[in-house]
Design a binder for this molecule. Structure first.
Ligand SMILES: NC(=O)c1ccc[n+]([C@@H]2O[C@H](COP(=O)([O-])OP(=O)(O)OC[C@H]3O[C@@H](n4cnc5c(N)ncnc54)[C@H](O)[C@@H]3O)[C@@H](O)[C@H]2O)c1
Length: 271
């Protein structure tokens, strides 16, 4: 697979999970990568974030594929940290063609019981953080004049409601608006912008023990959410989302911009 040979991909949340999988998939297709992760915990999030060792391991895995990797420890809530990390990546790898805005967090609670800090941590990571990554990369992409692809990780919770995560649902819906606006603004530059909307994916986020507890405690709230229209049940593997990310990043999707791409076995088809 050499469709992305000569391209550079910028991936946030690349220390593990879907971000690592996306980075490896894009590297398999030939891209060099700039890998960003916070590598520090967030107090309102009930599971740990990736570590710097994990981020370095993603880079080692990319290099084993004979691709170049630059790592940047940056909190996507902080545009100045993101800009510094992207600038370091640009200095080493020369340009950015693909942006995969994947970093995200999730905490739980009824909307009216969320603390302001919990609201801010989730919305600022999941929505502002995507803007800050795009903001850091877009000027260099426009200046180079070679087009590009921005793939934003939303969620099935960006297409329909979900209980006990109003901040997450609001941010993930917000990404649809951000992507649509960016698609209009960047179309003339040949830069495409699309969102992917995965159902539950096997990762540290979905393995948070609180998930099982809440499903057991509020079956009436969660019950109808999980219906696959296909025979296959259970969570997606990160690699299954990476296939769609790689497609949207590739020239095969050259006529695709401003869309919402569900990866959910049809779960949101009835919404
Ligand atoms: N796991 C699921 O069920 C699921 C379903 C749909 C969508 N998503 C979305 O997929 C994306 C990837 O999540 P995942 O499932 O791989 O979970 P994950 O927790 O394994 O990975 C998230 C990564 O983002 C990093 N990160 C978190 N906050 C950050 C910040 N402020 N700045 C920089 N990096 C930060 C973490 O350190 C971690 O490496 C997220 O946007 C998530 O909302 C997940």
């Amino acid at each position: 697979m050499t469709g992305l040979l000569g391209k550079v991909a910028l991936v946030s949340g690349a220390g593990r999970g879907q971000g690592r999988s996306h980075a490896l998939r894009l590297a398999q297709e030939g891209a060099d990568v700039i890998l960003i992760d916070i590598c520090a915990d967030i107090s309102t999030i009930g599971y740990p974030m990736a570590t710097e060792d994990e981020l370095r391991e993603t880079a080692r895995m990319v290099r084993r594929l004979d691709r170049r990797a630059v790592i940047g420890v940056a909190d996507v809530r902080k545009p100045e940290e993101v800009a510094a990390a992207v600038d370091r990546g640009l200095a080493e790898l020369g340009h950015v063609d693909i942006v995969v805005a994947n970093a995200g967090v999730l905490s739980y609670g009824f909307a009216w019981e969320l603390s302001e800090q919990a609201w801010d941590d989730t919305v600022n990571t999941n929505l502002k953080g995507v803007w800050s990554l795009a903001k850091a990369a877009i000027p260099a992409m426009i200046e180079r004049g070679a087009g590009g692809s921005i793939v934003i990780t939303s969620s099935s919770a960006g297409l329909r409601g979900a209980p006990l995560m109003a901040h997450y649902v609001a941010a993930k819906h917000g990404l649809v608006g951000l992507a649509r606006a960016l698609a209009i603004e960047l179309g003339e530059h040949g830069i495409r912008v699309n969102t992917v909307h995965p159902m539950g994916v096997d990762s540290s986020m979905s393995r948070d023990p609180q998930v099982a507890e809440l499903f057991a405690k509020y079956p009436q709230l969660f019950g109808p959410l999980g219906e696959s229209l296909l025979p296959k049940q259970g969570s997606l593997q990160p690699e299954e989302v990476s296939e769609i990310v790689a497609f949207l990043a590739s020239d095969a999707a050259r006529n695709v911009t401003g869309i919402q791409f569900p990866v959910d076995r049809g779960q949101t088809a009835r919404t």
